[in-house]
Design a protein around this ligand. Structure first.
Ligand SMILES: NC(=O)C1=CN([C@@H]2O[C@H](COP(=O)(O)OP(=O)(O)OC[C@H]3O[C@@H](n4cnc5c(N)ncnc54)[C@H](OP(=O)(O)O)[C@@H]3O)[C@@H](O)[C@H]2O)C=CC1
Ligand SMILES: C[C@H](O)[C@@H]1OC(=O)[C@H](O)[C@@H]1O
Length: 260
């Protein structure tokens, strides 16, 4: 088991990639703190979703707690760490994953869409990482932080001018934190998913021509699934990756390298 008896915090754990990270970590022996929020989507009822993740993890014989909180708020990171320590005694791994991508054109981008995207995706990752790292430093036994960046850290999107800089920022945050936290034995890495079928892009991919374009562009011939990313996060969080820090792992079925 890759994460036997480790305590893992996952932000954005109610669905999509975060949910898969949480369940995969539990399957690999971890106890998990599940963060979620839900305010950004009025049509979506988050409580049954998080209940399902809790039940799923319990059925694997591991412990989990759910902690509601908006990562864009500075104190949420500290609250997640406190909940982890109260419930499980420590924090070994942070998967900083929560993110939003409200597609919008650039020229008339409402400032609040830009600022909320920055606040959730980048500021949230910063403050949650800082809180977890302080706890790991205090414990004195190292730790691992894996952030969900994106292929979008490397390439652009005309409807994502507010989003792609946050993903480049998350990638850069992990690089700098690898330096800042290496002396404490805390490793910091990111995964860069390509196009993974989740609620985040369900509407965008309902355009069948666009979906077909992605499938054609991906050498492995299919969109990604949340579990494809989760397995990589768990690897980077585990001791198997003990000499890996400051790295970014593309998990995109080869889409990035496919020029022609
Ligand atoms: N899907 C893709 O193709 C790709 C996704 N990514 C990144 O992966 C990460 C997860 O995305 P994905 O699983 O696709 O998206 P989903 O929309 O399926 O899930 C997003 C998760 O983030 C949570 N969340 C949203 N806003 C907040 C907030 N303010 N505070 C706390 N939690 C919040 C949601 O909680 P709730 O359910 O309560 O709303 C949910 O658990 C994101 O960072 C995204 O940028 C990167 C590359 C590709
Ligand atoms: C939401 C998008 O489909 C998805 O998000 C990313 O980060 C990927 O690059 C895709 O654009």
């Amino acid at each position: 088991m890759l994460l036997k008896d480790k305590v893992v915090i996952v932000t954005g754990a109610s669905r999509g990639i975060g949910r898969a990270i949480a369940v995969t970590a539990a399957r690999e022996g971890a106890d998990v703190v599940l963060n979620y929020w839900g305010d950004n989507d009025a049509t979506y009822n988050r409580r049954p979703a998080i209940r399902e993740v809790l039940d799923n993890i319990a059925s694997l014989g591991r412990r989990a707690i759910a902690v509601e909180g908006n990562v864009a708020e500075r104190d949420t990171g500290a609250a997640l760490v406190k909940a982890a320590v109260d419930a499980f005694g420590r924090v070994d791994v942070l998967a900083s994953n929560a993110g939003i991508c409200p597609f919008h054109a650039f020229l008339d981008m409402p400032p609040e869409v830009f600022e909320t995207t920055m606040a959730v995706n980048l500021h949230g990752a910063f403050y949650v990482t800082q809180a977890a790292a302080n706890q790991m430093k205090a414990q004195g036994t190292g730790g691992a932080i894996v952030a969900t960046s994106s292929i979008s850290a490397l390439v652009g999107g005309g409807m994502q001018t507010h989003y792609t800089p946050t993903k480049a920022g998350v990638h850069s945050l992990m690089q700098s934190c690898a330096i800042a936290l290496g002396p404490y034995g805390i490793r910091c890495n990111s995964v860069m998913p390509g196009t993974i079928a989740t609620d985040l892009n369900a509407e965008d991919l309902s355009d069948t021509a666009k979906k077909a374009y992605f499938e054609k562009r991906i050498p492995l011939g299919r969109l990604g699934e949340p579990e494809d990313v989760a397995e990589c996060v768990v690897f980077l969080a585990s001791d198997r990756a003990r000499y890996v820090t400051g790295a970014a792992l593309l998990v995109d079925g080869g889409m990035f390298v496919n020029l022609q």
